[in-house]
Design a protein around this ligand. Structure first.
Ligand SMILES: [Zn+2]
Length: 245
């Protein structure tokens, strides 16, 4: 995103200095998917996903999906998404969001790529869509998980991973903290969602991958386990999910 236009190299360097071994950068439309691949090709330890975010659902025409299908053949593409439903901002009508999501769930399955799912205020409907298209042999992740434990259990039943963002460090995020405590360690991953959702003590500032350490530290504290255990587990899980070398 443009938030990193001025200092992208420094952001990536600082991430690696902060022991972030691998970064997956995300496509949200055709253009950003192509850019994500470019970035991944320029850096050893960066990988990419391609897809059309629910905000951009109107652009998910057959022609665009055909182009994404071609882009997805790049060896640096390790997942399909973000795709899903967003009823909080609702930039696209619900029926268009659902159509775009369904088409891309099918495409991701045909490509044998794990899906990266975006869900805001749409828990019930996204679950319906995912169940419609289950099983997902290549797996998936509920990115920026925002539901309660009951919803997490449904997601886990689908074989998905649960991804915890910096929100878990916020004082009032008790529901997410409970989820972060209860998700089996072998199904937990962590994410930046940069430039958004910076963890405390950088809440409200630009988020960068190096700040992921604060998210990992909070999860370690919540689960009463060493930080290294969270770091190892989430690294292994991400490698398994995205089939990283
Ligand atoms: Zn998202």
């Amino acid at each position: 995103m443009s938030d990193y236009a001025d200092d992208l190299d420094a952001v990536i360097r600082l991430a690696h200095e902060s022991h972030i071994s691998t970064i997956i950068t995300i496509g949200i439309d055709l253009q950003s998917s192509a850019r994500a691949i470019e970035l991944a090709q320029a850096h050893d330890r960066i990988y990419a996903t391609v897809g059309i975010h629910p905000h951009e659902a109107k652009t998910a025409t057959k022609e665009t999906l055909d182009k994404l299908n071609v882009l997805a053949a790049n060896p640096k593409v390790v997942g399909y998404g973000e795709i899903g439903l967003d009823y909080a901002k609702a930039y696209a009508p619900v029926d268009i969001q659902k159509t775009a999501c369904r088409a891309q769930l099918q495409l991701a399955k045909a490509l044998n790529l794990p899906v990266v799912i975006h869900d805001r205020d749409a828990h019930e409907d996204i679950l319906t869509l995912l169940k419609e298209h289950a099983p997902f042999p290549a797996g998936g992740v509920m990115h920026c998980f925002s539901g309660d434990w009951q919803f997490a259990e449904e997601i886990l039943k689908l074989g998905f991973y649960v991804s915890i963002p910096g929100i878990v460090t916020f004082k009032n995020a008790t529901t997410l903290q409970q989820v972060a405590r209860q998700v089996p360690l072998e199904r937990l991953v962590i994410e930046t969602d940069g430039p958004f959702l910076a963890p405390v003590p950088y809440r409200g500032k630009r988020n960068t991958p190096s700040l992921l350490l604060y998210t990992a530290e909070k999860i370690a504290e919540l689960r009463d386990i060493p930080l290294t255990e969270v770091a190892t587990a989430t690294t292994v899980n991400a490698k398994n999910l995205f089939k990283l070398p």
